[in-house]
Design a binder for this molecule. Structure first.
Ligand code: C5P
Length: 308
């Protein structure tokens, strides 16, 4: 008798912003040592994996023209990695539904890889520990481990070593999406160029951790910081206007998210975030805006009976 084909598995996985991003010197392996605070926010991609005779990847949603298909897609590399680990053929179809901006500095590609790992492990009923999944995630990319875990976390190494951070209250944000994406390696290279021979400046992480523990958005607003912001602004100078417009619209603070160009604006409440978003959308300094909150959990299998 033929074995029944398992039903498709869908995983929901969030994008991230960095509340703190201190970039160290360029390492010999081409990466930079980081001290960062990741914060998962309520912008999600959905990753569906299905057993299929025509293996491959398809992408739906905004910005799909810029998403690579085949081996250069990180989600497909996750499928290949898990296939080797499980000693199985990658006889699956992966469907990505993008809600996280493409090339936006919010780790959308890493989220898809984390979603593919969790989805395929469930589809194939692999009994993997969280540690095994984390090791595979780290092999795939610097931000994939965090996308698995979500929440708020301190990241070190090249970003792949994470520990959870106490974060007392939900925080409310407006995300401004830019008209064009920025390539992460290019932004890191621009930072190296801007720095020249000067040593990276100290950017202590403690004030962010203290603000998160106390939960006051006003205190958090004073401690946000991102070493990649100057490089992102150097490559996309109109981000300066976007950052100014968000604060003029009533946000407590604005910051470029990771390598950009998405900007994240911290607001004092959910209502304030709606007001800031409405005003910012009217100024014409970005493609569109989203109101989100964080922290939210990392990659999770969606219950098929859950309403959408
Ligand atoms: O690890 P991931 O593939 O996401 O990194 C993309 C690129 O970003 C790297 O190839 C590197 O150029 C840059 N990067 C870096 N230092 C890090 C993380 C990423 O220079 N800690």
């Amino acid at each position: 008798m033929l074995a029944a084909v398992p039903p498709p598995v869908t995983v929901r996985v969030p994008g991230k912003i960095n509340l703190h991003l201190a970039v160290g010197a360029l390492r010999e392996d081409g990466y930079h040592d980081l001290v960062t605070v990741f914060h998962a926010v309520s912008l999600f991609d959905e990753v569906t994996v299905t057993i299929a005779d025509d293996p491959g990847i398809e992408v739906h949603g905004e910005g799909v023209a810029e998403v690579p298909l085949g081996h250069s897609n990180l989600a497909w590399r996750a499928v290949e990695l898990l296939s080797r680990h499980a000693d199985r053929d990658p006889d699956v179809r992966v469907v990505l539904r993008k809600g996280i901006p493409v090339a936006g500095g919010m780790a959308g590609g890493s989220a898809d890889a984390a979603g593919a790992l969790v989805g395929l492990a469930a589809l194939w009923k692999l009994d993997l520990t969280r540690d095994e999944l984390s090791r595979m995630a780290a092999e795939l990319g610097s931000d994939v481990t965090f996308a698995l875990h979500g929440g708020t976390a301190l990241g070190t190494g090249r970003g792949e070593q994470i520990v959870p951070v106490l974060s007392r209250h939900p925080q409310h944000w407006v995300i401004a999406l830019h008209r064009q994406g920025l390539s992460t390696p290019t932004v890191f290279r621009e930072l190296d160029r801007l720095r020249g021979d000067t040593e990276p400046k100290e950017r202590p992480v403690e004030p962010v951790l203290e603000a998160l523990a106390c939960g006051d958005p006003r205190q958090l607003a004073l401690s946000l910081g991102n070493d990649l912001q100057a490089a992102a602004v150097s490559m996309a100078p109109d981000l300066r206007r976007t950052l100014r417009a968000g604060v003029n619209a009533g946000a407590l603070a604005g910051i470029v998210s990771g390598s950009g160009p998405s900007c994240a604006f911290l607001c004092s409440s959910a209502d304030a975030a709606v007001e800031v978003a409405t005003e910012l959308a009217g100024v014409g300094v970005c493609r569109t805006v989203r109101v989100v909150h964080g922290p939210v959990p990392g990659a999770r299998v969606v219950d098929p009976h859950e309403p959408p």
